[in-house]
Design a protein around this ligand. Structure first.
Ligand SMILES: NC(=O)c1ccc[n+]([C@@H]2O[C@H](COP(=O)([O-])OP(=O)(O)OC[C@H]3O[C@@H](n4cnc5c(N)ncnc54)[C@H](OP(=O)(O)O)[C@@H]3O)[C@@H](O)[C@H]2O)c1
Length: 307
């Protein structure tokens, strides 16, 4: 049997439940491409699934959806960049050797040497100027941020004033750059340790939540977007203009991926100086250390695994 190296999640728990193993190598079905993965990322969603990090009744729901004692899909990871190794007989939009990037979402499976994905799914040619590491950093935070900013109908407003709370996470770093691209005036709220990054990403104003009381800000906003899910609407709604909108990643709304979001990220990286905001890069053998770091909740942007 053909095998490949992958990281499997042996049960729910701390980072040490992750183990390198030999597993069956997938093959491309007729509408799929087989990708030799070069880089993936350790995202907040991965550590949440690994540790079943949700409260109350959500724990029960998550076990039902993902697997009772351990994830039913044992290979975690939702983003990838790599090289097409083979294509199914019905595939005409990719060929072996193409460099690609994408996101599998709830299909997981990217902490592995290979993955087979639908050729017409959430996968595109990699931005030509991106490294594999940069390409793997784009989809998770980027597609989530686009989903929420589009939901806020940001492009329908002229120079909207936007506050991005938690501007230095994977979603936050993307949201700052995307809001700027959509023409917004952006106020970023982050810790003092993140202010250099927020400034590099183009924020117009930066408020450091550990030294300043951001709820006392004199400005009023068209959109308050909490990109880390740490605020409550009732505590910050006085910062909104009369028709202003509060959105948070912590609500019941789950971002859904589509190819237009991925195309926008590719375009921004190739032509508009979009920053992949990479914090650390680990070899796949150090996946436990990478998860320990992400578990701390203070990563600045994205944490990448090289495969
Ligand atoms: N609804 C959805 O569809 C969806 C999709 C993706 C993600 N999410 C959720 O969105 C959240 C963020 O995801 P992510 O991947 O961007 O997380 P992340 O990258 O792990 O976020 C870490 C960042 O948050 C900052 N942070 C931590 N505590 C903070 C606080 N109290 N105030 C402001 N900033 C704080 C940290 O910087 P400092 O510690 O230096 O402040 C760090 O830069 C997660 O809870 C995730 O589950 C939801």
């Amino acid at each position: 049997m053909n095998t490949m190296k992958a990281v499997i999640c042996t049960r729910y728990g701390g980072p040490e439940v992750l183990q390198l193993a030999d597993v069956p190598k997938p093959h491309a079905k007729k509408d799929e491409i087989l990708v030799r993965i070069r880089a993936t990322a350790v995202n907040s969603g991965d550590v949440r699934v690994r540790g079943l990090q949700v409260e109350g009744v959500m724990k029960v729901i998550m076990r039902l959806v993902l697997g009772v004692r351990k994830p039913r899909k044992p290979i975690l990871g939702t983003v990838f960049s790599g090289i097409v190794e083979s294509v199914g007989e019905d595939v005409s939009n990719f060929k072996p050797g193409d460099e690609v990037f994408g996101m599998t979402g709830f299909q997981f499976g990217t902490y592995a040497a290979y993955i087979a994905v639908k050729a017409k799914g959430n996968v595109l040619p990699k931005p030509h100027n991106a490294s594999f590491e940069e390409a793997a950093a784009l989809p998770f935070g980027g597609q989530t941020a686009i989903y929420f900013l589009e939901k806020a109908k940001l492009t329908a407003k002229v120079h909207p004033e936007v506050l991005i709370y938690g501007a230095t996470g994977s979603v936050g770093t993307a949201a700052v750059q995307l809001a700027k691209y959509f023409g917004a005036k952006v106020t970023a709220v982050c810790s003092s340790g993140g202010s250099d990054l927020a400034s590099r990403l183009g924020a117009d104003h930066i408020f450091t939540y550990d030294t300043q009381e951001f709820t006392q800000l004199p400005q009023r906003f068209d959109l308050f977007f909490d990109a880390v899910g740490k605020t409550k609407k009732r505590s910050v709604e006085h910062l909104l203009k009369p028709k202003g909108l509060y959105l948070s990643v912590a609500g019941l709304d789950y971002a859904s991926e589509n190819i237009a979001q991925l195309e926008l990220l590719k375009e921004l990286f190739e032509h508009h100086g979009y920053d992949a905001a990479i914090d650390r890069i680990y070899p796949i053998a150090d996946v436990v250390a990478a998860h320990k770091f992400v578990d701390l909740g203070h990563k600045k942007g994205n944490v990448i695994l090289q495969i």
